[in-house]
Design a protein. Structure first.
Length: 130
C-alpha cells in the first residue's frame, strides 16, 4: 500500500499537482577571472533534488535500495538545502578544464547524476505516487 503525501510534500515535488517528481542535473562552465583575464576554467556537474524526494529518500536511506549506494549516501550527507525553490544542491563533479578528457569525465558524471535522480524518483513513484 502506497503512503500518502501531504499537500506541502506534493508541492515540493516541483512537478505541479504532485503527480510526478522533478529534479535536475547540469554541467556548468565556470570562468575564474583574475584582473583582466580568465585565469582558469572549471567544469562542474551539479544536481538539484526537489525537497520531498530528498527528505523521503533520506528518511529511508537504510532501506535495501539505498544503503549500499555510496554516491546517494554522500548526496544525503553533503547536499546543501537552498530553499523550497532550489531544493538540495549537490556537486557530483568539479575539475579544472585543461583537456578534452575533462569534458568526457564531466559528461560521464552527468549521466551518473541522471541515474541517481532516476533511482530516487523511482522510489518516490513506487512508494508514494499513484
Amino acid at each position: 500500500m502506497k503512503k500518502k503525501l501531504t499537500k506541502n510534500q506534493m508541492d515540493m515535488l516541483w512537478a505541479g499537482g504532485g503527480k510526478n517528481a522533478y529534479s535536475q542535473a547540469s554541467i556548468r562552465k565556470e570562468l575564474r577571472i583574475l584582473d583582466d583575464r580568465v585565469s582558469r576554467t572549471f567544469l562542474i556537474v551539479e544536481v538539484e533534488i526537489n525537497p520531498t524526494t530528498f527528505e523521503l529518500v533520506k528518511k529511508h536511506r537504510n532501506d535495501e535500495e539505498f544503503k549500499e549506494d555510496a554516491i546517494i549516501q554522500q548526496l544525503l550527507d553533503f547536499a546543501e538545502y537552498r530553499g523550497p525553490e532550489y531544493g538540495y544542491l549537490f556537486y557530483i563533479f568539479e575539475s579544472q578544464y585543461t583537456e578534452d578528457n575533462i569534458l568526457a569525465k564531466a559528461e560521464s558524471a552527468l549521466q551518473e547524476a541522471q541515474d541517481i535522480i532516476t533511482k530516487m524518483h523511482k522510489f518516490i513513484m513506487d512508494n508514494y505516487l499513484s
